[in-house]
Each structure stands twice: as structure tokens, then as C-alpha cells.
Design a protein around this ligand. Structure first.
Ligand code: SF4
Length: 147
């Protein structure tokens, strides 16, 4: 059993979390790192609070009270135009201050977003091939399925 927290980008504050929860169930995207037979429990779901992400300073503490073991920054951090410029800072901050591992990504990158992003200069400048390699390694049929 692994207890999971999810922080979403506030640009998608009205999102119902459907793709994240589906990916958690299907063990794809950021959740592909867990064995299929390991139970996952969602113990926290929050948004960053809007640029520059003030909630990131506080919500991990609340998730820790519910036993969180891994925090995922939702795929919305990656697929926005532009991607969140602070995601690596958030990852480093949470891992350093709270000692909780952070995974960038929840559901697979929808293929239609990837097709656009990979043509854009800021995608290359942000070194996404390295930052989110685990998401980019996803089978394109699965990415299409999450369009
Ligand atoms: S771009 Fe980053 S800091 Fe801004 S709302 Fe989205 S996650 Fe928060």
C-alpha cells in the first residue's frame, strides 16, 4: 500500500481529476513506477494556489498528517503553455523540507499536447527530455488514449 498526494497546477483548478485517478488505477503515466499489484490510496489532493505556487509551501504538511508517502505534481504542470517554470523548484523544495519523494506527472501526456509541445522552443529550453523522461517514454497509443 502506498499513500499518494497530488498537487495540481491552479490553471486547472476546476479539473475534476478524472485523468489522474484513471491513470492511478491503470498504472500509467507517473503511476507506472508502482507495481500493478500494489494498492494506491489517495490521501491528499490540492492545487498550487496559483503562480507563483504559494500552497506548495503548506499542503505537503497537511498530506503528511494523512500519511502521504509520495507526492505527484500533476501532468498539468507539464502540458500547460508554457509548462510550469517552477516544477523543479517545487520538487526540490518538497523533497528537501519534508523528506517526501516527488514524482513529476500523474496521467500520461495527452498525445495532442505532446505533438504541439515538441515543436516549441521553450520545451527544448526547459530540458524536458531529461526532466520528464519517464512520461515521454510512454507508449504513444496510451498517450492518444488520454487525449
Ligand atoms: S504554472 Fe506553476 S506556479 Fe503557476 S499556477 Fe501552474 S503550477 Fe502553479
Amino acid at each position: 500500500m502506498k499513500k499518494i498526494g497530488i498537487i495540481i497546477c491552479a490553471r486547472y483548478i476546476n479539473c475534476g481529476g478524472g485523468k489522474c485517478l484513471r491513470a492511478m488505477r491503470e498504472r500509467v503515466g507517473g503511476f507506472a513506477i508502482y507495481p500493478k499489484d500494489e494498492e494506491l490510496e489517495l490521501v491528499g489532493f490540492a492545487n498550487c494556489g496559483g503562480c507563483p505556487g504559494g500552497n506548495v509551501e503548506y499542503v505537503p504538511e497537511e498530506m503528511i498528517k494523512n500519511g502521504v508517502e509520495v507526492i505527484h505534481l500533476a501532468t498539468g504542470f507539464v502540458v500547460g503553455y508554457p509548462p510550469c517554470p517552477r516544477m523543479n523548484f517545487f520538487k526540490e523544495f518538497i523533497e528537501t523540507k519534508f523528506n517526501i519523494p516527488v514524482v513529476i506527472g500523474t496521467h500520461p501526456i495527452p498525445l495532442k499536447y505532446f505533438e504541439t509541445h515538441k515543436k516549441l522552443s521553450f520545451w527544448k529550453n526547459m530540458n524536458m527530455e531529461k526532466t520528464i523522461k519517464h512520461l515521454l517514454d510512454e507508449d504513444e497509443n496510451i498517450m492518444f488514449d488520454y487525449n
